[in-house]
Design a protein. Structure first.
Lengths: 164, 770
């Protein structure tokens, strides 16, 4: 691959399956997967809250596993199957988890929401979440500064009951 | 509509990844900025070499403080005081830096990656100076100065007095004293700060996007700095701002620098703060040291309160609102005939402080409520009973404390029912049963404690807030708020209020926010003020618009003296709904018009109204929290077994959203109480600059809460609304500290420092104090 014409830095072609579609673009070796999704592919639903791998706002699903897209390099993800928040709703129809989030006011500013939705989506595929403690455990890898988590706990339990 | 539990209009886009946060906006051709920041707490700048940075491919421009001199004016303090020793806070450093993280230069490049590469290539020659990293260091005799040339490290010294506190303390049967420390935390909105700007040479207009809580305040600051007419700057807070919590209500150097360099370069530029920058450059709050004395009689009735406190202002005074709020928040819900509160606000070489959710109130509540427990302990009386005896009663409003509030007016509580809050909290907490259980388990060596904390929150501040209402060409009512949301659900709440005001279904009402190009004047979202200020403005503007629509309809329908109503999007009369015009028809006549054709006689064209509501003084929300905790004496671990919140914000507009505000505020309060702590070393180097070493509470740390509302409408506005944004936060640190000390009473341990971490618990057990 030709180096970037301005910066003269080496670039790589990245191919991904994103929300069921083949997508491709060019990235420097150091470009994070989060930046690639947001800037190269225009998928701005994935947000960056800390870029230190802690807050979880950038969580997406890569090859079935919830990952922090700020800590993964785009070049290293080439060939992967990626799911982002943009793929959760079926057309205009919200998923049961999204509907439960709305019903229980589990969203305020909404910046962290995408990461929570993807973390929970991955967790619910591993099995039902049936108790409040389990729900809190599922949510505990992400930080929300607005809601105090109470609505999210209810939403996870309801979505789990509805889908499992 | 008022009081209805309505799901939010905002949620669909946020749940599907279609939100419009600043960095999500598509801005073709935009360049990105990165700031070089001081690595030192205090240093002189001897020279800056930017040549290597300028030579880096992809760099568009590099600007130091010298390069932006034409707009280099001090950023004024938001809340000042005649005695303030004001030290200029500049948009970027010129010849000295006063905290680690202060902006020194900015690079604009084709990407943030390249901009950061270039930042690393800038060479600054610093002469490091002694730095101040605590209020104790600032006030020590012979202390080095946080600012060279300053008189001392005291920004301002303010005393407030009511009655004769000295005489009351001298003659009181009992006096207790204690010192309490509360430590720095931050706002930690999950979206950091962000600014983008584009100068349109065709119109001469500068468009600025800013993830701010206060778009008009920022617009005014830019107009002043750039010496531009206010109409030539359009400042837009995007529809989605990822949390605010106070720090985004301030105006920062970066907000001044980014649009300026965009104009200089003739190119759009954006700056997205990263989390590491946020830790060293976004304003913080909380550090105060309170030396409190309470005087009381044999029954525990308060005779006098004296609270002398130090406030860490940080490197610059962005505003004195926080300590000024503390000064008058200490007395809280109690009748105290003699009060002395005294502030020493100190310059230090740390990130400047300003409001963070709670804003000076949590510290005041710690001072007061910790002492209420000490009085109870001293007298051998139940702490709930000591509180109950001293509460201001419901028939005593308006109640004047004798102090001045931060809004400049004599503090006069407008309404409330404090005894009912306490009664309700104790009942729901199962207070008596927990006291019994506490005794039982103590015999087994288990430590259960119960803590109560009461507060009064001055909120709904002036000077005013504004709204416009207009019938659009599509026949919808467009409500334009000056205020900008950061997750509070304005698009929903203000549609509810507009719907109630007009008697029109919400589906025909749309709300837009936070754009100075749409409405010229406003103040901003802070101090839990918007529902009590913008709410009445929307109510009044929409009532006026309804009347004008009905007036137009009467002329169009050729009927007079009728009471009109809305049925769907039709204007009609109750007894014959076949007589009707649609909103679309009304707007065609009165707003769209026909070119050159005379208007129907009597129609007043231009169906647009505006209202600016100015409350005569602050409103006073209130609440009471109760916490039951169990403390593990081996590890210091604190488990919250039960938490109850009684909350009174006057009229509740949407219970779903108000509960969300209270519960979210509570999570922040738990962070303040138990987890969040910003550390600096003696050279004022920040030691906590990531979430790996600064703990924000997750779902595992925030316990379930039982929440109930008492509604004491405010007589100060037609909605009866008060603020709901901070009540969840304010008393939580005091309630937790009271509960933990109560649990540790067999050890005689003292919890005098917050947050209450396991190590502080162990220290308290071992040392009888923390």
């Amino acid at each position: 691959m030709e180096p970037d014409p301005v910066t003269r830095r080496a670039t790589h072609v990245v191919h991904l399956t994103v929300n069921g579609e083949d997508r491709g673009g060019v990235a420097e070796a150091r470009t994070s997967l989060a930046d690639f999704l947001r800037r190269e592919l225009g998928l701005t639903g994935t947000h960056l809250g800390c870029e230190q791998g802690v807050c979880g706002a950038c969580t997406i699903i890569v090859d079935g596993a919830a990952v922090r897209s700020c800590l993964m390099l785009a070049a290293a993800a080439s060939g992967a199957v990626v799911e982002t928040v943009e793929g959760l709703a079926d057309g205009g129809e919200l998923s049961p988890l999204q509907r439960a989030f709305r019903r229980h006011h589990a969203v305020q500013c909404g910046f962290c929401t995408s990461g929570f939705l993807m973390s929970i989506t991955a967790a619910l595929r591993d099995g039902p979440v049936e108790t409040e403690d389990q729900a809190r455990d599922v949510l505990s890898g992400n930080i929300c500064r607005c809601t105090g988590y109470a609505g999210m706990v209810k939403a996870v339990l309801e979505a789990s009951a509805e889908t499992s | 509509m008022i009081g209805a539990r309505i799901e939010r209009r905002e949620d669909h886009r946020l749940l599907t990844g279609q939100g419009k946060f600043l960095d999500d906006l598509d801005m073709p051709g935009v360049f990105e900025a990165a700031f070089l920041r001081s690595p030192h707490g205090h240093a002189r700048i001897l020279g800056i070499d930017v040549n290597a940075a300028l030579d880096l491919p992809g760099v568009i421009g590099v600007f130091t403080g010298e390069d932006i001199r034409p707009m280099m004016k001090p950023l004024p303090a938001k809340v000042a005081h005649p005695d303030l020793q004001e030290i200029p806070r500049l948009p970027m450093a010129l010849d000295a830096v006063h905290h680690a993280g202060e902006p020194v230069a900015v690079v604009v490049a084709i990407s943030r990656y390249v901009a950061e590469d270039a930042v690393d290539l800038i060479d600054v020659d610093y002469e490091v100076l002694p730095a101040i990293s605590s209020t104790a260091a600032a006030l020590a005799p012979g202390a080095p100065l946080a600012h060279e040339g300053a008189r001392d490290n005291i920004a301002v010294h303010v005393v407030q007095r009511a009655g004769d506190p000295d005489a009351a303390i001298a003659s009181a049967p009992h006096v207790l004293s204690e010192t309490f420390r509360v430590t720095r935390g931050g706002g930690h909105s999950m979206e950091c700060r962000a600014v983008a700007a584009r100068f349109d040479t065709a119109t001469g207009q500068l468009v600025v996007w800013d993830s701010t809580q206060a778009p008009h305040y920022a617009r005014n600051a830019l107009a002043n700095l750039y010496d531009m007419p206010e109409d030539d700057i359009r400042l837009i807070a995007p529809a989605d701002v990822g949390g605010g919590f106070g720090p985004k209500a301030q105006f920062y150097g970066e907000e001044a620098v980014v649009p300026w360099v965009a104009m200089q370069l003739g190119q759009p530029v954006k700056w997205i703060e990263d989390r590491q920058e946020n830790f060293v450059a976004a304003m913080m709050e909380r550090t105060q040291v309170h030396r409190v004395q309470v005087a009381f009689d044999d029954d525990g009735m308060l005779l006098a309160l004296k609270d002398v406190f130090e406030h860490d202002q940080g490197a610059y005074v962005a505003g004195l609102q926080v300590p000024m709020i503390t000064l008058s928040t200490v007395p809280g819900q109690y009748k105290i005939p003699n009060i002395h509160t005294e502030l020493y606000s100190c310059y230090t070489n740390m990130v400047p402080t300003s409001s963070v959710r709670g804003a000076g109130r949590p510290q005041a509540v710690v001072a007061m409520e910790r002492m209420m427990d000490r009085i109870a302990e001293y007298l051998g009386t139940d702490p709930a009973e000591v509180r109950r005896r001293n509460l201001i009663q419901p028939d005593e409003f308006p109640y004047k404390t004798g102090l001045l509030f931060r809004d400049g007016s004599p503090q006069s509580y407008d309404s409330g029912d404090y005894p009912e809050l306490l009664r309700g909290v104790l009942e729901r907490a199962g207070y008596d049963a927990w006291r019994t259980r506490q005794e039982q388990v103590r015999a087994q060596g288990r430590l259960i404690g119960i803590g109560i904390a009461c507060y009064v929150e001055g909120c709904g501040l002036g000077p005013y807030e504004g709204a416009k209402a207009r019938l659009t060409n599509r026949g919808e009512v467009l409500v334009t708020l000056a205020a900008a949301p950061q997750g509070q659900g304005y698009e929903t709440v203000y549609a509810q209020i507009a719907s109630a005001a007009m008697g029109l279904d919400m589906r025909y009402i749309r709300v837009v926010t936070g754009d100075t190009g749409r409405i010229p004047f406003g103040q901003g979202t802070f101090a839990s003020r918007i529902t009590a200020t913008a709410g009445p403005a929307v109510l009044q503007a929409c009532r006026a618009l309804r009347d004008r629509i009905f007036h137009t309809a009467a002329i169009m329908l050729k009927i007079e003296g009728e009471n009109f109503i809305f049925r769907g999007d039709r204007v009609t009369v109750p007894h014959d709904e076949s007589v009707a015009v649609t909103l679309q028809q009304v707007t065609q006549v009165a707003n769209v018009g026909k070119h050159g054709i005379t208007l129907l006689r009597g129609v007043q064209p231009g169906l647009e109204t505006s209202s600016y509501f100015a409350p005569e003084q602050a409103a006073y929300a209130s609440g009471t929290h109760a916490a039951v905790v169990e403390v593990d004496p081996e590890t210091g671990r604190i488990e919250i077994l039960k938490y109850v919140i009684g909350h009174d914000c006057g009229t509740v507009i949407n219970p779903l959203l108000v509960d969300g505000q209270v519960l979210g505020g509570f999570a922040a309060g738990i962070g303040n109480a138990m987890y969040e702590e910003q550390f600096y070393d003696d050279a004022a180097q920040p030691l906590t600059t990531s979430y790996l070493d600064f703990s924000l509470p997750s779902s595992a740390e925030v316990p379930p809460v039982e929440l109930f509302h008492v509604q004491s409408p405010s007589p100060l506005n037609p909605l009866g609304a008060k603020g709901a944004g901070e009540g969840g936060t304010i008393p939580a640190p005091a309630a937790i500290a009271n509960a933990v000390e109560d649990a540790l009473r067999p050890f005689g341990a003292r919890i005098n420092e917050l947050p209450v971490t396991p190590s502080r618990v162990i220290d308290a057990i071992e040392g009888g104090g923390s």
